[in-house]
Design a protein. Sequence first.
Lengths: 552, 398
Amino acid sequence: MKKILALVLALTMLAALAGCGGNGNSSSGSAPGMEGNQEKVFTYNMNVDPKTFDPGLNAAVDGSHVINNTFEGLYRDTEDGLKPAIAESHTVSEDGTVYTFTLRDGVKWSDGKPVTAGDFEFAWKRAMEPITEYGFIFAPIKNAGRVYGGEIGTDGTGEDEVGVKALDEKTLQVTLEAPCEYFLSLTAFPTLMPVRSDVVDQDGLWAKDPAKAICNGPFKLESYTMNDQAVLVKNENYWNAANVKIDKIVGKMIVEASTGLTAFRAGDLDLIDVLPREEVPQLIASGELILNPYIGTVFLTYNLTDSGNAALQDVNVRKALALAVDRESITKLVTRSGEKPATGIVPSGAFFDHNDKDFNTVSGDYGLPASGDVAKAKQLLADAGYPNGEGFPKLELFYNTSDINKSLAEAIQEMLKTNLNIEVELRNQEWATYMESLFTQNYPDMARHSWTGDYVDPQTMLEIFMTGNPLSGSGYSNPEFDKQMQIAQTTVGEEHFNALYKAQDILMADMPFLPLYYNVTPMLLSDRVEGIYASPTGKYWFGDMDLVEVTE
Amino acid sequence: MNEKWKKVDRSSMPTAEDTRPGLTYWQDVWRRFRKNWLAMAGLVLVILIALLAVIGPMFSPYSYADQQLELSNLPPRLAITKLSDGLYAYVHKEFKLIQVSEDGDVLGPVKLIDDDLVLRTRTYELDGKEIKFDYSLANKKGNKQKFSDYGYNYRIFVDGKEIDPTPVKTTQNKTFVLGTDRLGRDMWTRTLYGARISLSVGVVAALVNMIIGVIYGGIAGYEGGMIDNVMMRIVDLINSIPLMLIVILLMVVIGKSGFGTIIVTIGLVYWVSMARQVRGQVLSLKEQEYVLAARTLGASKSRIIMRHLIPNALGPIVVSMTMSIPNAIFTESFLSFVGLGVSAPQASWGTLANDALGAIRSFPYQLIIPSVAIAITMFAFNFVGDGLRDALDPRLRK
């Protein structure tokens, strides 16, 4: 009996061994055959778990990276400029207020249904509702501002009719309030990308569920794992699918910058754009780091609502704080990626006015020297009733968790302590929670904020400070400023820019934020990636990208 | 009468006390503890760390929060390059020059007059001399790493003449003994300050253990029955919730993370194992005759517990207390490391290690210093604990 048992056991083990060997052989045997049509997988670090992938609800750059590649608007922003995408062509009426778009033949959703002009009408009207954070972007469209302001609904008729209408399946007519220079570039913006009425829900949960996330871009969502990764695969129903060379995109959610760099060095990531600050100077020196032009500003915002700190409602205090921060040291010695010290909200080198002059240069530094002015700051603080910081309440500085933001916050903390004798406490939150806190002023004093422009006009930087726009993070409201912005929104050329200059003057006199620096996007890209495009508004476009064999 | 024998005076005879002086229990413990050199080394280290933590920061010219942004990431050992006679500089890993003395004193950043990012050259002015720092060789893009004739990926020109950048010597950084961190803060001061936080946490844990744990365990053990049952189930309950969860919940309740939260958490959790141990000891001790005697004489319950039972269980209590200190220190470091600890600019060893993580490739010393500090402290306390256990155990008596 024992012998039989031993025999059985021996045979089982032998079979198991043989099984292993067989598996090994078959996999190694099939590998060479695979090489010809190997799957092209591009992996990048999204740095965080984006709050949403819903075009209408997204307000963050990390979400835009995904949406820009899973959805497609009427036009698309590419390396060679604006190109027709879902729209084949468009006509503009003589007075420049009516745009008529004709959709391309055979454009389909990822489930095979055709993309219609009605989908655009639905998506736009949904996204301009007051509950969204980004509805203000529709401002050039007739009556959209009133919808966003909650005055009227999207179903109005006659005078209250919203200026977007699907004339038939293939024709979309858009009526503007007034001629608008940047409207066409807006049609490439994520918020203006179409969504399907039968899949969306109010909270945008559908967009993270692969079964429901029906899209019309070159890629579609295959899987999403919270705080781990999102996988996009090629959308075979995309109209230009033949020219999409990548099969799969994996977006990792690695928060720790040094972990990201390790993964990049190990070849697990093809692209990272958040780097440990300590490594940046050497990466710049070695030429590996690509610094992309970028229209974005990093600043601190104050809680100016009733729930905020009373001391910060005093404009002199805000000016004192702004003067006590040495931006030059911050950019040169703390962030160290080629950022420029900010003296306002509109970055330099990106926006030019009607005379082709740099908007930033013309508006000047508003008495905010890059390296600060401690004596004046002390004077202002004393004028506000806090000589040498005496009696000034302890401030809390909020930032979203990352090592760069921590260094930045610690540097500011120390500057305010040494220069103004103001105690600052630091507090951090994860990104998704942080955005919620920031946009609802759910923070006591100050919070780190960064704003990236959506189109190439200074208006994109200034309009977040209009009354009721949650994206300012501060709850700032000044009717004078709103008035100038409304003039700017409905005019072109000299009139437009004059209004913007005036608006910025009002804004800087009120100083509802503490400018820190104009951003750049550093990028480490593996050598095998070709044709990736990072727009100045900070969105990646993977549709023209290819992965090539690198020969040493 | 035999003259050879004589009666002696009893008082001149050696007594039992003279042959061998009596030892109290604690003297005996100390005698055995002293023989254990590992334990003694641990004790010396513990005292040394405590002294450094208390008085060390007073002797440092910097505070733990002082930032000198120009002098960030300076290592503890400086490789000194000679620029010209009497002029020395340290070539920072970030391709910039820091002026130092020949002996390793950091004199400050060299005045930068031009920074050309395209040609990758920085021009400095020092003592009337123009120093050009060319790091264009560091550019790796598109080709292999190149080196200058001297074997470096940068070149230094003093008044237009190239000099040999090979360090003339490597010496201890005299200004910042352990170097500086990413914001130019003195690592030595920050490490000592971190020791304060870590040791305070350890002391609090020990005190909480001592007070709550011992009394709680004593009552449960002595009372027995239903009371014991209920009390120990509460202990089980606390023990079953993970520490992390308690900290996060507390942070929500208190509203922020910080030293206070950590102290409260450790206070809430750390007495549990002590209570169990004391209860076990008391359960067996309370059956002893002297307890019966005390009860017969009418001693109160609290008197029996405090005067008779606890002193007899003191050995295991002391050992367990000593062992809980390194545990608490490690817990604090861990919590600070994952971001639930003290808030900046305060530094504990855990936050120091966490801050250094981003710089692990270029400036590993920033991570090594707090890690070594944690390791040494843990070792020291564990050795003391081990030594105490051996010394207190009568069965190991030789």
